[in-house]
Design a protein around this ligand. Structure first.
Ligand SMILES: [Zn+2]
Ligand SMILES: [Zn+2]
Length: 344
């Protein structure tokens, strides 16, 4: 640990750092590779397929097999380089491996080791095991680059089973009133987690075509999802259905026209904030996020044993300050992550 401290927390010029924070993204000079770059580069490691982390235009994409399948779906004929979890790959002078991040199926943290020094770049992560994606795995390191999407103490998630029960109750009640339930959930990740955690005995689970497209690709990749059917393939909506749709589609004209009398809901970590709930104007807000909450972030950081923390997107100011006041060497790193899931 002493070595980590002297190497990592001193004011070395950026050129000598093992990971450089450049205007294209996080760069690993020893491997000549970028992690989740936001401008086109020759070679990229991609933590997961959300658009703010997986951008078009790179020469090659190294990612887990599940993420590669999603990249093909979203970015077309890009050059893919699949790497399974926990399988170290020597690239130049760096050893690189991918480890479950628990954010969505295939999502990975990137472990980079150069001359005995270890960094982990988390991408986006969630510490609660959701039973759908590979559970977050703590990776011991000297330096940990963390997201802070929900890095405020107010963000404090209930266990998934309890949120699932809330949604089930809402759905059941709507069904008994003759209403179709429609719930807004981000089409990659959140939507699948939702369909996985509700009770399929209550009624049929239907999807918006954007969600069904993602389902199809994930099923092809071997992810087990409950039976769903795209609303667009149905002439008549069965009674008591739950429709899972991207947030922007919940209130849209098609929903009212096609689904008849509806009750709307929305599943997001942002639902913890009363102001957001009100602005969204949805019937019911369910606090469910695919990111770590405040305690999840802290637990993750502790479990890495890292002394040096780099905070990327989200509530970086408050979270970074807390870390520095509580025994870590922490700093904020500006990135261009965090746009796709603004509604997440
Ligand atoms: Zn994400
Ligand atoms: Zn993100």
């Amino acid at each position: 640990m002493g070595l980590a401290l002297s190497v990592m927390s001193t004011n070395l010029p950026n050129m000598e750092a093992m990971i450089q924070f450049t205007n294209r993204g996080l760069y690993v000079p020893a491997a000549d590779i970028y992690i989740d770059p936001w401008r086109p580069v020759d070679r990229a490691v991609i933590t997961h397929a959300h658009a703010d982390h997986a951008r078009p235009g790179h020469g090659a994409y190294l990612a887990t097999p599940d993420t590669c399948v999603m990249l093909r779906h979203r970015l077309g004929q890009v050059k893919l380089d699949p790497l399974t979890y926990m399988t170290p790959r020597q690239i130049g002078g760096a050893q690189i491996s991918l480890h479950p991040a628990g954010h969505l199926p295939g999502s990975a943290q990137v472990r980079v080791e150069v001359a005995g020094q270890v960094w982990v770049i988390s991408g986006d992560y969630k510490t609660e095991a959701d039973g759908l994606c590979e559970a977050f795995e703590p990776v011991i390191c000297h330096s940990f680059v963390t997201e802070c999407t929900f890095g405020l103490p107010v963000f404090n998630w209930l266990p998934q089973a309890q949120i699932g029960a809330q949604i089930d109750n809402w759905w059941r009640q709507n069904a008994s009133l003759g209403l179709t339930s429609i719930i807004g959930a981000y089409s990659l990740g959140k939507a699948q987690r939702l369909m996985h955690c509700v009770n399929p005995d209550i009624g049929p689970i239907l999807t918006h075509s954007a969600v069904e497209g993602t389902n199809r690709v994930l099923r092809e990749a071997g992810v087990t999802l409950p039976k769903t059917q795209s609303v667009s393939e149905l002439d008549k909506i069965p009674k008591g259905a739950l429709v899972i749709a991207p947030p922007s589609a919940v209130d849209a004209a098609w929903a009212k026209k096609k689904l008849g009398p509806i009750s709307t809901g929305f599943a997001s970590g942002w639902m913890q904030l009363r102001g957001v709930r009100r602005r969204r104007g949805v019937g019911r807000g369910f606090v469910m996020s695919d990111h770590a909450d405040w305690n999840g972030l802290l637990d993750a950081i502790k479990s890495t044993n890292a002394e040096n923390i780099y905070c990327t997107h989200g509530y970086t100011d408050i979270f970074n300050k807390y870390l520095n006041e509580n025994g870590w060497y922490s700093q904020i790193v500006p990135t261009e992550f965090g746009n796709e899931e603004a509604g997440e």
